[in-house]
Unconditional design. Structure first.
Length: 298
């Protein structure tokens, strides 16, 4: 179902189209922080659109997903040079190499233990980095599983998508691992978010569906109105809703608490929406790979 009440969408240019805004998060300072996956940089954008760019030490490092840490800094993955980055609100940047060579860190989230947890796409591992930079890795039982998105669930465990194994994984803080296969073959799960309902919600980019998994592993799938939309990332709203990007359809979608799915066109054609986050005030922010950040407000 398409919404009849279009929210206000405003785009803020933050880079040229070659830089590739990709991951996005709200920082402890209230600003919006965005990775530039193709340019090797991080952008801090104030809510009014004023922005500042911080280049990384390697322009080809591939900064991907970013999240706020328990230490007041932002932490992000560097997919192409296999490091975990940290940037303070003032712009001081440090980074840490992961033990697995060419592990390809991608998703990252703050854990309930105060550490940052991340996926290693190329190495089939889940990593944990303390705020002191110490790193541990947990191998997965399946080769070529392509672990992608990761989130700390309401149960305190880490929940993550296995894009090529067509499953959702759960790893508790003690290292106990469980994998839950998805009902739809070849669904290709990517983004995942913790829900206020005690479950984790995720998107299936290849199947054009949303998914929900409970702590006991029960999976429910919800087809989107446009199965070719290629949903990529998902974030929990402040009102029981879930917002997600439709990379292949140039839209942002919303699953309401009542189960209604609404889809909203972005104003710039082919803007390639990737990362998505929701601020404390309910405002939705979207990274557009063609060079901007979109603000979606009711």
């Amino acid at each position: 179902m398409t919404s009849s009440s279009q929210p206000s969408v405003r785009e803020f240019p933050i880079a040229d189209s070659a830089a590739g805004p990709y991951g996005i998060a709200v920082g402890p300072d209230g600003a919006i922080w965005v990775t530039l996956v193709h340019a090797g940089g991080i952008v801090r954008m104030a809510p009014d659109g004023e922005n500042r760019r911080f280049p990384l030490d390697d322009s080809a490092s591939g900064p991907s997903v970013i999240t706020a840490g328990s230490d007041g800094a932002l932490w992000f993955t560097r997919f192409r040079d296999h490091r975990i980055g940290r940037i303070t609100p003032s712009g001081q940047v440090t980074s840490y190499p992961i033990p697995s060579r060419e592990g390809g860190p991608y998703g990252i989230t703050a854990g309930s233990d105060g550490a940052l947890w991340f996926t290693e796409m190329n190495a089939d591992r889940i990593g944990r980095i303390g705020t002191d930079g110490s790193i541990e890795e947990y191998p997965l039982p399946e080769a070529g599983a392509y672990p992608s998105g990761i989130v700390a669930g309401p149960d305190g465990a880490l929940w993550f998508t296995l894009n090529q194994a067509n499953a959702i994984g759960r790893l508790d803080l003690g290292g106990e691992l469980a994998l839950h296969p998805l009902p739809t073959a070849g669904a290709g799960p990517v983004g995942i978010a913790a829900g206020a309902d005690g479950a984790a919600w995720f998107v299936e980019i290849a199947a054009g569906q949303l998914g929900r998994i409970t702590p006991d592993g029960k999976v429910t799938e919800l087809p989107l109105p446009d199965r070719a939309a290629r949903p990529h990332a998902i974030a929990a709203g402040t009102d029981g809703s879930y917002w997600f990007t439709e990379w292949g359809a140039n839209r942002v979608g919303r699953l309401g608490a009542d189960g209604t799915i609404r889809e909203y066109d972005l104003p710039t054609p082919a803007s390639e929406p990737h990362g998505i986050t929701v601020g404390p005030d309910g405002t939705v922010w979207v990274a557009l790979e063609t060079g901007a950040v979109a603000r979606v407000a009711g």
